[in-house]
Design a protein around this ligand. Structure first.
Ligand code: PMP
Length: 415
């Protein structure tokens, strides 16, 4: 990697960025922490920690209901995140931004609300072979309930979707194509725009699981023309328990509420309830206010660095890591797509991933081992599990060197 001081070719000052993440300053088993598990959850900068703390210390009140000062402040701060999320996704309108618990809830909302209303016996839903369980199981449940058919876009040996096969799956019964923008298990960046265009030509809608794309690249839901797009706050350096579902206004307006309760109503009598306007129609009950405010700070933090710079820097790291890992005898990378984001998933001949993870942990290196909530991906590659190092903009080439050294240690112990 080309470095000038701590500033990389991509224009990111990693050492300065690392100062913003208190978690990264610790040692684990006497070694500096190397955090390579950001795809599971990303670490939080002071900006996020401070925003949540400030809310609890200074502004804490329930939102949307109070005329008093604290409630006004809390509401303004929470709603400001909606504007930030709209800008982050380049959505048209704040009414299209629905707060949810995370990607999983975003998908479940669409399945329950849109799916139950629109999917009938004999209809078809298309997902892909590399989906996270969150984008498989809800659709499977809907298909079972409605006697609809779940169809799967296959992938090749690199972990790339085969678009010619996808084309063959599309037909007039296809109601929805739901797919991950970036695979958490393989790192593949799917050609979202093309997948969406093909779905639309067939008259189907699209849902994009953006859980692993949002932390790494610029997202533009208008350019993508996605019908639904969802991501989790905790993977974009924000808190857990908050996320965003974007939907096109026309579709959201036609959908029934997801849950009933406070805030989603306009009027309630025992005879009949009328529902609130978007986005509140989909936001029943007191939301995760602190989480929403923390998410706003996280989105500001990322856009402050610049998503294009983040993508460029992580690409450098990924290339460096790919080359370094490829030199380790017996190591096989799982997921070698030509378009790939910050994930290095691999197996080593004769050594179980859990053993790899345990030895690396003793070196202070946090990786994830297992099926990564994508069991069909593991089955496809005929492996029970992989070891996954997932990168973020706070990681460095030196940390990749530490991973390589750690893997040599693993081979000494188990080789
Ligand atoms: N989809 C993908 C691709 C993911 O990586 C994850 C999280 N691992 C999810 C969905 C689910 O996200 P959450 O658990 O935040 O709802």
């Amino acid at each position: 990697m080309t470095m000038a001081g701590s500033v990389t070719a991509a224009g990111i000052d990693v050492e300065k960025i690392r100062e913003d993440f208190p978690v990264l300053k610790q040692t684990i088993h006497g070694k500096p922490l190397v955090y390579f598990d950001s795809a599971a959850t990303a670490q939080k900068p002071f900006a996020v920690i401070d925003a949540i703390r400030k809310f609890h210390e200074v502004d804490c009140a329930n939102i949307h209901r109070g005329v008093h000062e604290l409630s006004q402040r809390s509401t303004a701060a929470y709603e400001e995140t909606r504007s930030k999320a709209r800008r982050f996704l380049n959505a048209r309108n704040n009414s299209e931004i629905i707060f949810v618990r995370g990607t999983t809830e975003g998908i479940n909302l669409v399945v329950s609300s849109w799916g139950r209303r629109n999917v009938r016996e004999g209809d078809e839903i298309i997902i892909s072979a590399m989906e996270h369980h969150s984008n498989i199981v809800p659709w499977q449940m809907l298909c079972e309930e409605r006697s609809a058919k779940l169809r799967v876009i296959p992938m090749n040996d690199r972990g790339e979707l085969i678009l010619e096969e996808y084309e063959k799956l599309l037909n007039p019964r296809t109601r929805m194509v739901a797919f991950g923008h970036v695979s958490n298990a393989l790192g593949t960046i799917n050609p979202a725009r093309q997948i969406i265009q093909m779905a639309h030509r067939a008259g189907a809608l699209t849902l994009v699981d953006g859980a692993q794309a949002a932390p790494h690249m610029n997202i533009d839901v208008q350019a993508l023309d996605s019908d639904f797009y969802t991501f989790s706050g905790h993977k974009v350096f924000g808190p857990t328990g908050i996320g965003v579902l974007h939907g096109k206004m026309r579709l959201l307006n036609a959908m029934p509420p997801y849950q009933g309760g406070g805030d989603m109503i306009r009027t309630v009598t025992f005879e009949k309830t009328t529902y609130n306007d978007l986005p509140y129609k989909f936001e029943a009950g007191t939301p995760n206010i602190a989480g929403g405010i923390g998410l706003g700070a996280a989105l500001d933090y990322m856009t402050g660095i610049g998503l294009d710079k983040i993508a460029a820097y992580e690409h450098e790291l990924l290339l460096y890591g790919t080359e370094a890992l490829s030199k380790i005898p017996g190591l096989r990378l799982i997921g070698t797509a030509r378009e790939k984001a910050a994930v290095l998933s691999f197996v080593i001949d004769g050594i179980h991933p859990h053993d790899i993870g345990t030895v690396l942990d003793r070196q202070g290196i946090a990786v994830r081992t297992g099926h990564h909530c994508a069991q069909p991906v593991m089955d496809w590659f005929h492996v029970p599990a992989t070891t996954r190092a997932s990168l973020a903009f706070y990681n460095t080439a030196a940390e990749i060197d530490a991973l390589v050294a750690g893997l040599h240690k693993v081979k000494e112990v188990f080789g």
